[in-house]
Design a protein around this ligand. Structure first.
Ligand SMILES: Cc1cc2nc3c(=O)[nH]c(=O)nc-3n(C[C@H](O)[C@H](O)[C@H](O)COP(=O)(O)O)c2cc1C
Length: 221
């Protein structure tokens, strides 16, 4: 598989088989992702990869936070509440595509919430990586983290693995800090659930489109 094929076949997967990925394969992916470029080579990513009993304990702790009605408290502001124009339209189309595939009506808040909670169950994935960086860092360092995240996702595709990048995994940091040894001065930017895709899962039928090239890229000669 080449990079083009990996780019074209990667999709966000939200239904996984419980089968764990061999530890050496996980290690190889994270080891190669270290090659990702970063501003001044600062390599700001700190990653905690959680599997097995710890993963299950973390799922329990996160779902408990939600059941207790805890409010999200991300370290880095997401700025995605007040989107406007084409960005709002795309966000809306994303949610609509997701709920339509799952047969959930827009006004069915309970069903939408139940689907949302799956974020903190890692969509059934056997592994989850939490990616953090120092709270003092800003946008350019977040660019580094984004590049690193895409490196991970493409390396996973190459190995027949699937993944789901999740901003939602930054919402309830306390249990993650307690269980996954995140440096105290760091903030979690996102998580990445990963494993083998469940080909039978309805949720994996969601296919997100993309804007026409001319909408986002201009060429000047
Ligand atoms: C930084 C980032 C955060 C995301 N957060 C979530 C999330 O919290 N929950 C979720 O289900 N999907 C999340 N996604 C997945 C996006 O919805 C998905 O990438 C987008 O709809 C395009 O679909 P595709 O990845 O299948 O091409 C996130 C993606 C990125 C890159």
């Amino acid at each position: 598989m080449n990079v083009t094929q990996a780019m074209q076949s990667r999709r966000t997967i939200r239904g996984f088989k419980p089968d764990p990925v061999p530890a050496e394969v996980i290690r190889e992916i994270f080891s190669i992702a270290q090659e990702s470029p970063s501003n001044c080579n600062t390599q700001p990513w700190h990653v905690s990869v959680v599997s097995g009993e710890k993963r299950d304990a973390l799922e329990n702790a996160l779902v408990t936070e939600i059941m207790l009605g805890k409010k999200p408290e991300q370290a880095f502001q997401a700025f995605d509440q007040d989107l406007a124009g084409v960005y709002k339209d795309r966000q809306y189309a994303c949610a609509a595509g997701y709920y339509t595939t799952m047969g959930i009506a827009r006004e069915d808040k309970d069903a939408r919430n139940a689907l949302m909670v799956k974020n903190w169950q890692f969509f059934g994935a056997p592994h989850v990586a939490f990616i953090s960086m120092p709270k003092t860092m800003g946008p350019i360092n977040a660019v580094d983290i984004g590049i690193y995240l895409q490196s991970l996702m493409l390396l996973m595709v190459e190995r027949g693995l699937a993944s789901c990048p999740q901003g939602a995994l930054a919402f309830f940091p306390k249990p993650v800090f307690d269980l996954a040894n995140i440096p105290q001065d760091n903030g979690i930017l996102c998580g990445l659930s990963f494993g083998y895709a469940d080909a039978e899962a309805k949720i994996n039928e969601v296919k997100m489109g993309r804007a026409e090239l001319a909408e986002t890229v201009q060429f000047f000669d």
